[in-house]
Design a protein around this ligand. Structure first.
Ligand code: FE2
Length: 228
């Protein structure tokens, strides 16, 4: 399997390029509009055909590259079920599997950061956690119909029940960390470690964060798959 973690410095977003070396087919997860040229160059260098652009959720901090990539490559845009978008080629459901040659990517419904969110388990050995679970943190729950109780349930029931050795690849990191494991996050993540549902809800309601700078532009653009 070809697996590349790509980084957009402006929004601290990680995108992931996953490809099957035999069929030369690829999928991009959480593409960033400003990085499309870079993503296309990498696809070309590795001689890959982009089949799918997949989102973990509708982002508030950057615009997706899906629409541009779809125009340039003919790939399909896939978003989680119930996402308020008018442009997806298809919606992915909980436990649904996308196949790319020998690679299996399984959706794990992980709502709470937003009201429509999937993590993606790749070949049973790594999970792209979106903004549900970050390294030593988690996504905020104070807009886009976020719900702290629901996020607590998603992380503890759906992600922390995966095997400890499974690698965790988040959609963001603001401190240069790139990868963790389920076991590490279960024991070290301060948002969840030794915390029950009620105290997590209290913690999340007192974060007092400012809104993302691009939110007013990014959310409507992403509801159109990044058409700007
Ligand atoms: Fe997000």
């Amino acid at each position: 399997m070809i697996f590349r973690q790509l980084f957009d410095r402006e929004s601290s977003t990680y995108s992931y390029l996953i490809a099957d070396p035999d069929t030369k087919t690829a999928i991009l997860v959480d593409s960033v509009l400003e990085q499309v040229e870079h993503e296309l160059k990498l696809l070309e260098e590795l001689n890959l055909t982009l089949k799918f652009c997949l989102e973990t959720h509708i982002h508030a901090d950057h615009i997706t590259g899906t629409d541009k990539l779809r125009q340039l490559t003919g790939c399909e845009g896939i978003v989680p079920t119930n996402a308020a978008v008018n442009c997806a080629d298809s919606f992915i459901q909980d436990r649904e599997i996308i196949k790319l040659g020998n690679i299996e990517i399984q959706a794990i419904e992980t709502k709470g950061h937003t009201d429509s969110h999937m993590a993606y388990l790749v070949n049973q050995d790594r999970v792209l956690t979106g903004d549900a679970l970050l390294i030593r943190g988690c996504g905020r729950t104070d807009f886009q119909n976020g719900d702290a109780g629901q996020l607590y349930d998603s992380v503890t029931n759906r992600l922390f029940t995966l095997a400890d050795h499974i690698l965790v690849y988040p959609a963001h990191d603001y401190h240069g960390r790139t990868v963790s494991t389920i076991g590490e996050e279960k024991h070290l993540n301060p948002r969840f470690k030794a915390r029950d549902r009620q105290s997590f809800i209290e913690l999340m309601s007192n974060l007092d964060l400012s809104y993302p700078r691009k939110m007013m532009e990014a959310v409507p653009a992403n509801q159109g798959c990044g058409k700007v």
